[in-house]
Design a protein around this ligand. Structure first.
Ligand code: ZN
Length: 196
């Protein structure tokens, strides 16, 4: 990754991660002396980033990372993990959502109320700042997340929380998450304890 980055810019690089999972951090982070993450994921660092030799630093909610000709806003969006983060480039009209939004499959590791709050927060931001898309971490060229899709996820989550929709068994038991709900092309995997 350091070779790709140095082919793009000779300027100093700040490494930020949307969350700590190894498919979003991984060995290539060792090419960088420090990494910024959401403090909500700090207690998962020993599990997922134990081989990192650099310094772990922390992002602040709603802070602006100023790249000179571009500004990225840091938006905490807990749901997939406690410290999941979305980055918004207001002027470009898009953002980067990691696994928070846009994968079509949400592995929910916090409770639904927290995720619902994240959906509302990002919807009001996207609407107000006219953000058209969020590019997810698992991008496949046609799965950009839109505000309407997030509103669908929000409605689905509210229905689970209120008991209107009951989950089915998740046969894959992904990450130990035992239940699944589907709607509007989405699937949310979660545990009973998330219904609060
Ligand atoms: Zn993840």
């Amino acid at each position: 990754m350091d070779k790709i980055v140095s082919s793009i810019t000779k300027k100093p690089v700040v490494l930020v991660a949307t969350h700590v999972h190894p498919d979003h951090t991984g060995p290539s982070i060792n090419s960088f002396p420090d990494i910024y993450i959401n403090p909500g994921d700090a207690d998962s660092v020993p599990m997922f980033m134990s081989n990192y030799k650099g310094v772990v630093k922390y992002l602040k909610d709603r802070e602006i990372i100023d790249l000179g000709n571009r500004q990225l806003e840091v938006v905490y969006t807990p749901g997939h993990t406690k410290g999941s983060t979305t980055f918004i480039d207001k002027n470009a009209g898009y953002g980067f959502s990691g696994d928070s939004f846009g994968t079509g499959l949400l592995l929910l590791t916090v409770d639904f109320s927290t995720f619902i709050a994240s959906c509302k927060k990002i919807c009001s931001l996207m609407g107000g700042k006219k953000i058209k898309y969020l590019y997810p971490g698992h991008y496949n060229e046609d799965n950009m997340e839109t505000i309407n899709k997030i509103k669908d996820m929000l409605a689905l989550s509210q229905n689970v929380l209120s008991g209107n929709i009951k989950g089915n068994d998740n046969p894959d038991n992904t990450f130990g998450l035992k239940l699944a709900v589907e709607g509007n092309g989405y699937r949310i995997i979660y545990n009973e304890s998330a219904i609060k």
